[in-house]
Design a binder for this molecule. Structure first.
Ligand SMILES: Nc1ncnc2c1ncn2[C@@H]1O[C@H](COP(=O)(O)OP(=O)(O)OC[C@H]2O[C@H](OP(=O)(O)O)[C@H](O)[C@@H]2O)[C@@H](O)[C@H]1O
Length: 165
C-alpha cells in the first residue's frame, strides 16, 4: 500500500472515530435543579456583576445560598466566576454582564463558561448541575448555550447535567 493510500486510510479511520465520538460528560434531564440534582453536585448559574439576583432562578439561588456579601468581596468582573462553598460542594456564579438590565454578549458568556470549566478542573468537581443558563431571561439561543457548554467541558472529568423544567 502506497504512503498516500496509507495516509488517506488513517485519516478515514480518524474521521470515522471522530464521527463516532459521542461526548459522554454532558446530558440533559427534566427536573427541578434544586431537588432533582444530586446533593453532592456543584451548581452554576449566570448573574450580573452588580450581583442583584433580582429575577429568575438567581432569586432562588439567593434565597437558598445567601452569601451576597461573600460574593461581592470576590469582586469578580464580567467573564469571571465567583463561588460559594455550601454543604461540601461549590455554588458557581458566572458573571455574564455588568448590570442586571443588560444582556450578555456571546464573548462574555463564552469567557465565563470557559472559566467555569477551568475552575471545575482546578477544584476537582466531578458533578455539575446547571439550569439552561443564559437561555431564559438572558435570551441566549438554547442550542448556542448547549454547544458552548459542551465545547467548554469537552475532555474534562466533570459530568455536566443541564436540568430543565
Ligand atoms: N428550579 C429550576 N430548575 C431548573 N430550571 C429552572 C429552575 N428555575 C428556573 N429554571 C430555568 O432556568 C433557565 C434559566 O433561568 P433564568 O432565566 O433565570 O436565567 P438566565 O441565565 O437566562 O438569566 C439570568 C439573568 O437573569 C437574572 O436576573 P437579573 O436580571 O440579573 O437580576 C440573573 O441575575 C441573570 O442576570 C430558564 O429556562 C428557567 O425557566
Amino acid at each position: 500500500m502506497s504512503t498516500s493510500e496509507m495516509s488517506s486510510t488513517s485519516s478515514e479511520i480518524h474521521h470515522d472515530a471522530q464521527a463516532l465520538y459521542e461526548q459522554t460528560n454532558f446530558e440533559e434531564l427534566q427536573g427541578d435543579l434544586f431537588t432533582a440534582s444530586p446533593p453532592t453536585d456543584s451548581l452554576a448559574h449566570c448573574i450580573s456583576a452588580d450581583i442583584k439576583m433580582g429575577k429568575g432562578i438567581a432569586v432562588l439561588f439567593k434565597s437558598k445560598f445567601g452569601g451576597v456579601s461573600e460574593l461581592q468581596e470576590q469582586s469578580k468582573r464580567v467573564g469571571e466566576v465567583a463561588y460559594l462553598v455550601r454543604d461540601g460542594r461549590y455554588i458557581f456564579y458566572l458573571i455574564t454582564k455588568e448590570r442586571h438590565f443588560h444582556k450578555p454578549t456571546h464573548e462574555d458568556f463564552e469567557k465565563a463558561v470557559s472559566e467555569l470549566r477551568s475552575l471545575c478542573d482546578e477544584l476537582g468537581v466531578l458533578g455539575l448541575s446547571i439550569p439552561r443558563i443564559g437561555a431564559g431571561l438572558d435570551k441566549l439561543d438554547l442550542d448556542y448555550v448547549k454547544s458552548v457548554v459542551k465545547n467548554a467541558f469537552d475532555g474534562s472529568n466533570t459530568k455536566v447535567t443541564m436540568f430543565y423544567l
